[in-house]
Design a protein around this ligand. Structure first.
Ligand SMILES: C[S@@+](CC[C@H](N)C(=O)[O-])C[C@H]1O[C@@H](n2cnc3c(N)ncnc32)[C@H](O)[C@@H]1O
Length: 267
């Protein structure tokens, strides 16, 4: 039974993203630091029917380098607030957005997903991609999301999840410790959390097969860039990264872990 929580704080997570870990994830995944990059952003946008909506104000919780925020602002013409707790990420996101023709549609706010710096009933869409596994207190996260969503607004997000609750404890510990995740949900665990705050679940999807395919891609990018990574970050970090990503890759094939997508509406 691997539903224990791990003792990682927001500080630990911020240290990862402000340091070589953040750069390494960008090397593997691109500036959209989630599985599937820009394509997956379009998939989620399509699921919430973003192209059919007008005057949308969207909150991206854990916006990192702002890659999805920029794509959403440019392609769908919407206004976006990107929220992230790591100053380095906010700084970098702002830098990469400056001078873009849609820059005035985007605002980056430094703050916590557990105390969202926004008034109640503000956003038409709350959005997240592969990041809420860094947040321990999911019930509070869900309460904050419903607070800032307008009535009739949509929640759409993806995240890394347990595919099985019978992962051997030592393996579960290693997977979580490598990623610095304090808590992972299951597909249905998130459904319960969504419903516990009165939101209506519209869709849930297990994206496990796609996750395995991407993990193979990340391993091959790592191995192809071995020399550069060792030169830039040292051999120890390379070896740790290869071991960790390989363990996650194997865990996806064992169906121990997966990735999910959820769409819900605030009544
Ligand atoms: C995997 S990255 C997110 C990637 C981003 N969603 C994307 O698709 O490009 C994780 C981000 O979550 C942020 N984060 C972690 N815990 C947070 C919290 N409690 N509140 C706000 N941001 C947080 C980190 O600073 C980091 O930038």
């Amino acid at each position: 039974m691997n539903k224990k929580k791990y003792d990682f704080s927001v500080w630990d997570v911020s240290e990862v993203y402000a340091g070589p870990g953040g750069k390494l994830w960008e090397l593997l995944m691109g500036e959209q630091i989630h599985v599937g990059g820009a394509d997956q952003t379009d998939v989620l946008a399509k699921k919430i029917r973003l192209e059919k909506k007008k005057d949308i104000y969207l909150l991206d919780i854990c916006s990192a380098l702002g890659g999805p925020a920029r794509q959403l602002a440019e392609k769908y013409g919407i206004r976006v607030v990107g929220l992230d707790i790591t100053p380095k990420m906010i700084e970098e996101a702002k830098k990469r957005t400056e001078g873009k023709h849609y820059a005035d549609q985007i605002e980056y706010r430094l703050g916590s997903a557990l105390d969202i710096p926004a008034h109640a009933d503000t956003f038409d869409v709350v959005w997240g991609q592969d990041a809420w596994c860094y947040i321990r207190d999911k019930p509070r996260l869900m309460k904050e999301i419903t607070r800032v969503l307008k009535s009739g607004g949509t929640l759409g997000f993806t995240d890394w999840i347990w595919g099985s609750l019978d992962v051997p404890e030592a393996d579960a510990d290693y997977l979580m410790e490598f990623m610095v995740f304090p808590d992972m949900q299951t597909l249905d665990g998130y459904c319960k959390l969504i419903e516990s705050v009165g939101m209506k679940l519209e869709e849930k999807e297990d994206l496990g097969d796609d996750f395995s395919n991407h993990m193979d891609i990340y391993i091959s990018i790592l191995q192809k860039n071995k020399e550069n990574i060792i030169e830039g970050f040292g051999e120890e970090l390379y070896n740790e990264a290869e071991k960790g990503v390989m363990a996650w890759r194997n865990a996806t094939y064992n169906k121990w872990v997966s990735r999910g997508l959820w769409i819900a509406i605030k009544p």
